[in-house]
Design a protein around this ligand. Structure first.
Ligand SMILES: C[S@@+](CC[C@H](N)C(=O)[O-])C[C@H]1O[C@@H](n2cnc3c(N)ncnc32)[C@H](O)[C@@H]1O
Length: 400
């Protein structure tokens, strides 16, 4: 059993940020941008280092307590995001990954410079309307050019969201999952593969017709339990609900790396549509990009659409969320005011009109917060001495 107290103490201590390592971080970012897009341009939450790899690693080097297999043999509880804590005594390049690592000063400075550069050279108005006008077109192209295996299977979902295990139990009774932005089905198919509930239905929707075709052609596509459909989560009027589902018919909605593909002007409509479908007491399982993730920082000139919102080289859009912002989007709970900031009346009025279009208030928001966590991970390429700071947000919301 892990020594929880010592692990917690290790986590509370300052992350290691020696000058030489900090300098390396910036230098290595430049290298990684120039040489290997794949290292950093991944949608895929990087899985914890497998036990075999750890075991192999500790035969070469003395095991630090946080990477000691006796601490890491077992995966951590939901929303804990690992126990590989980096402390003063550690050599950061000794292992492939560390959990809960805050960015160091050099990375912060590098990020600020990148943000300035990005803002100074936004996407042209012509390209903005090209990319915002028909976003599904760019995702169709994406799925045409990438195989169904582009995204890794989301096996960690059951670990992070135990409700998915519960509703797959043989005697769980009739349960409906709606996966939104299901892509090639890398969440839906693993759930189906583990399912023992004869009465489980998974509706997997995506606004890309090509993605839906990929799912329908998959050998795991079993129409007894699964239905894949084209649906835009930000649709309005007749298109605000997917085929085959009525109001309050869904027990669990899953949104994994889809909300970041919406423009901020679509957030409220999307939440409203999800709310219409989810039963009172039902759950939303959410995971997406966090602000300051390396994928954000590395964007260069000509990719900036608006603050924290970018266009990738393949024409798909991506937003990077702050924790409080995400809570506000789903629950209407206001973000805490920045220290000492007192907006004047005029500013307040303007802000409240704009806010009302984008956010619910706490009173009219359809969801309450169950959990919200920041999964920060430092991924290390030991051979090339590269440090890559990743950041994802994970949440659970409950339908009022
Ligand atoms: C980054 S991919 C993630 C795919 C999948 N959730 C996964 O994790 O493998 C984002 C997906 O969201 C879909 N998407 C983007 N905007 C959407 C919208 N407004 N409605 C429905 N799906 C959307 C895209 O087509 C794409 O398949």
């Amino acid at each position: 059993m892990a020594d929880q107290a010592s692990v917690a103490a290790a986590g509370a201590s300052q992350p290691f940020a020696a000058e030489n390592v900090a300098t390396n971080a910036v230098a290595s970012l430049a290298i990684s941008n120039a040489t290997d897009n794949k290292i950093v341009d991944t949608e895929t939450p990087v899985a914890p280092v497998p036990a075999e790899t750890l075991a192999a690693a500790v035969t070469d080097v003395p095991a630090h307590r946080s990477h000691d297999p006796t601490n890491n043999a077992k995966r951590t509880d939901p929303f804990m995001f690992g126990q590989r804590f980096l402390t003063q005594e550690d050599d950061v390049f000794e292992y492939n990954a560390w959990d809960h690592v805050e960015t160091d000063d050099a990375f912060k400075e590098y990020s600020e410079k990148q943000y300035e550069l990005q803002r100074s050279s936004p996407v042209s108005d012509f390209d903005k309307s090209r990319f915002n006008g028909d976003p599904a077109k760019w995702w169709n192209l994406f799925y045409k050019n990438n195989t169904a295996n582009f995204f890794k299977d989301r096996k960690w979902l059951h670990q992070e969201f135990p409700i998915l295990t519960q509703i797959c139990e043989p005697d769980a009774g009739p349960k409906t999952i709606l996966e939104i932005g299901a892509g090639a089905g890398n969440t839906a198919f693993p759930i189906l593969a583990r399912n023992k509930n004869p009465l489980l239905r998974i509706h997997a929707c995506d606004f890309s017709k090509t993605a839906v075709d990929v799912m329908r052609k998959d050998e795991g596509y079993d129409t007894k339990h699964m239905q894949a459909d084209v649906w835009d989560v930000a649709g309005t009027g007749d298109e605000s609900m997917p085929p085959g589902l009525g109001p309050a018919s869904v027990d669990v909605a899953i949104l994994v790396f889809i909300f970041s593909a919406l423009s901020p002007s679509q957030w409220k409509q999307a939440v409203e549509n999800v709310a219409r479908l989810v039963k009172p007491g039902g759950t939303v399982c959410f995971r997406d990009y966090g602000r300051g993730d390396l994928a954000q920082v590395r964007f260069r000139k000509g990719r900036y659409l608006e603050e924290n919102f970018y266009i990738r080289g393949d024409g798909t859009r991506v937003y990077f969320f702050e924790k409080d912002e995400l809570v506000k989007i789903w629950t209407g709970k206001p973000e805490p005011a920045a220290d000492g900031e007192v907006p004047d009346e005029e500013e307040k009025k303007e802000a409240s009109a704009e806010e009302a279009e984008t956010f619910f208030t706490e009173d009219n928001a359809p969801f309450t917060l169950e959990d919200m966590g920041v999964d920060r991970r430092l991924i290390v390429n030991r051979a090339m001495k590269l440090k890559m700071y990743r950041c994802w947000l994970q949440g659970r919301f409950r339908r009022k």
